[in-house]
Every structure is written in C-alpha cells, then in structure tokens.
Design a protein around this ligand. Sequence first.
Ligand code: BG6
Length: 493
Amino acid sequence: KIPPASLIFIFGGSGDLNYRKLSPALYNLFIDEWMPEKFGIVGIGRSPYNDEDYRQRLLNGIRQFSRRKEDSYGHWDEFSKHVTYLQMDAEKEGDYQKIAEVVKAKEAEMGEHPNVIFYLSVAPQLMPDIAKKLGALQLCSETSTTRIVIEKPFGHDLKSAHELNQLLMGMFKEEQIYRIDHYLGKESVQNILSLRFANALFEPIWNRHYIDYVQITASETVGVEGRGGYYEQSGALRDMVQNHILQLMCMIAMEAPVSFDANEIRNKKVDVLKAIRKISKEEVNQVAVRGQYGEGWMKGEKVPGYKQEKSVNPNSAVETFAAVKFYIDNWRWQDVPFYVRTGKRMNQKSTSITIQFKTAPSYAFPPEAAETWRANRLTISIQPEMEVKLRFQSKRAGQSMTLSPVDMIFNPKDGENEPEAYETLLLDVMEGNATLFMRADQVEAAWKIVMPILETWESRPPAGFPNYTPDSWGPEDAEALIARDGHNWITMP
Ligand code: BG6
C-alpha cells in the first residue's frame, strides 16, 4: 500500500545517520515506487546549506552507502526535487515558526494536508527540548496526521527513559510516537516470525523440554568510528544489549501472536521482557562480563585501543564488549539459559542466534560413530547475510557407522533486493504502522533488566581494562562465563 502524502522533517539533517541511512533509505523507497505520490523531505540543521548544496551532500552519501546508486533512469534527479533544507536552531523557540511556514507552503503545493513526520536524529540530550518545542506547535494537535520518530538511544537509564516517555506522552498520543530500534526493521529479524509462526514444525520443540540453551552474538569489527563522544556516555550494554539484543531475545522467546496488530505483537514481546529473571547486584559478577579493546592489529592493519580513540577519556572505564547470561521465568523457558554477547573490534561482523537442542536421550551408536561436533542445532543468521541453518547428525558414506554433522541451509542470497531496515521502518511510519517500533512500556521494561548490571559496573571500576585484543572474540572471562555451564560460544564458520 503506497502511503498517503507525507512531509518528513529530519532533525539532524546534516548528521551522520541521515547521510548513511535515512536518505539512502528514502531514495531506495522512491526507486522501488513506495514513496507517496506527493512527498517532501526537509533536512533541518544549523549548518548553512542552500538546497542545491544540501542535495549534493546527500547524493555523496547515497553514492557511498545506498543499496542502489544513481542510475541512468534519472531517479536521483526526480527524487532530489523533493528534498529541501531548512536552516534553524533547534534550541530556539522562535525558529519553530519556520517549520509551520514550510508545512503551509507544502500544503498549498500538494493541494492537501500531508502527514507530517518529525524524525529526531539528534544527540539524546537535545531530544526532550525539541519534543517540547514541537509539542507546543499548533500543528501537532492534529494527532492523526502528525508523528514523531525518536532515534535511539531512548534515554540513558530507566529514570531518564521514563521521564522522556512522560514528556512525549504528555504532548503526543502513543500512536503518534515511533521509537526506533533498527534491528526490528531487518528482513532477517522479521523472518524469525515467519519461521516460528508460519510453520507448525518448530513450535512443538520450541521450549524447555527440547532446547538446551540459546545464544545470541552480535559482533562488529569496527571500533567506535569517531563516535567516541556518544560512546563514552553509552558502552556496549546500553548501545546494543538494552535494545537490539533484548529485542532479538523477544523474537525468539515470545508466544505466538493471535494477529499482526501492533499492540498484539508488542504485548507478546513485553511479556518476555517482564519474565526475564531479575539479576541481583550480588550476582552481576557471575552472570555478566565486560570488556574493552586495547590497541592491536585488525586484519593486518594497526588499530588504536579504545582509550586512544578520538573524544575518549584516556582512563575510560566504558565497556566495548558485554556478555550476559539471562533466564526467562515462564512455562516455556524456565531454566533455559540465554547467553548473549556483543562487542566492537571483534573477529567478525556477524549477528546470529543459535538454538541448541538437547542431545538425543539415548545413543545406541557404536563408540567409533561418536558425535565429533555438536549437532541438533538451529542457527539463524541475521547478518552479514540472512541464513537459516539446521545442523544435524548424518551417517558418513562408507561401510562403517560413522556420524558427522551436516547442514541444511536456507540462504536467499538476495542482499541487493532486500530492503534495508530503515527503508522498512520509514515506510511503516508513513503508513502509520507501529508494529516494528518500541512502545513506552517495552523500552522501560528493557531498561529495568539492564539497570542492576549498569549500576554495579558503574560503582566498581573494571579490573585490567583493556582486556581483549582487536580481532579476537572478546575477553577470556566471557569464555569462562559460558564454560562454567559446560558450553562454548558458537562462532560462525
Ligand atoms: C547501533 C549502535 O544501534 O547499531 C552502533 O549504536 C552499532 O554502535 C550498530 O554499530 C550496529 O548496527 P548493525 O545494523 O550494523 O548491526
């Protein structure tokens, strides 16, 4: 369904996210004919650009980061006519009048009142103030056509997330608020729902009776990439676990929804978050590990340690790696550990989820047939490529009974045609579908889960940072965390 006429204001219009992700996403939607017939994109920023220079800047971003580049069909020329720039100071109340003027002008041009979308892609400390000033605008009283999109991080901790929710909900209706977690827009993440709920095959074994444990790894090879200022206020637990990883856990652990209604899906996810066992401060050391990368070599190239990165405190105690063992206290998952880990400057860029099933109850094969490798495993690879792999034992060809694991793989290898997460999410905002966005209670429930770890880590300085080298799989303590239970981290081949 093509969305209705839309006018999108991007706060942080000259920023990095817009450059790398948002503009390329809108451009791809345009090429794929998903953009409304009438639309406008207005970048908002303090830097002085005229429309032409601004378009040129976005085109540079598209050349580097877009799934589809400029083509000979003139898509860019057509698309760019819809893009303009509005120079304003988002901290100045008076400047907001300029927005109202643009809306009026666009309305006249389009001959109808478009949906007005405010995308806040700005530093977290600016969010409340901008939201407040927008809320005060007359135009935001039209609740059915005005929407506000909040980029992550949503708050810095439970308290600030709650305050931001209160502030937003004081001015907008929940249906107008779109809290982004871009992992939910990934094709491979959405595929988890089809895998689980469009097949009857998995459901009967998708529980504590058949599943031994679950692992989630989200590893990156990059360091903090010039985002030291932001990362110093964040760290791996806030940056990845509180949001993306807990959301992946929800997709794996949720009960079957009875419909694809936004609230139904979100209710089922919140149930998972609420059931995650509270970690007491005393047990943080047993169930959570933090790490920070030092300097070293990454694929043959010398790279600085975290403490040497730009805008990072040379004595920083911020973690660039986190591993946690969670439990979900409900009928389906009681006593099944969920091991999760994430880190920067690790050996591979990959996100994957492994469901390890229990071993066969009795093993009648001769000893020489012995299982050499653990099979009975379903791996859902989120990136670099979507892949679903079922590993099971099979007989090796020959006269003896020898077993070896084999893989049954689904890999669409269709990256080029797969919409990027932000394409899906921006289209949903224009269409008014909030299913893939975080509701207020979801965000707060997720903060509640990580707070004891955050508070404990902040109150006790880490010992021995840096404690892992670039191009590795993180600190040794992370291996010990899982080895204590007799398991290993599973790395992709
Ligand atoms: C962002 C984090 O939310 O996710 C970044 O702030 C991280 O630090 C990024 O690099 C990872 O996203 P993706 O889609 O590349 O896995």
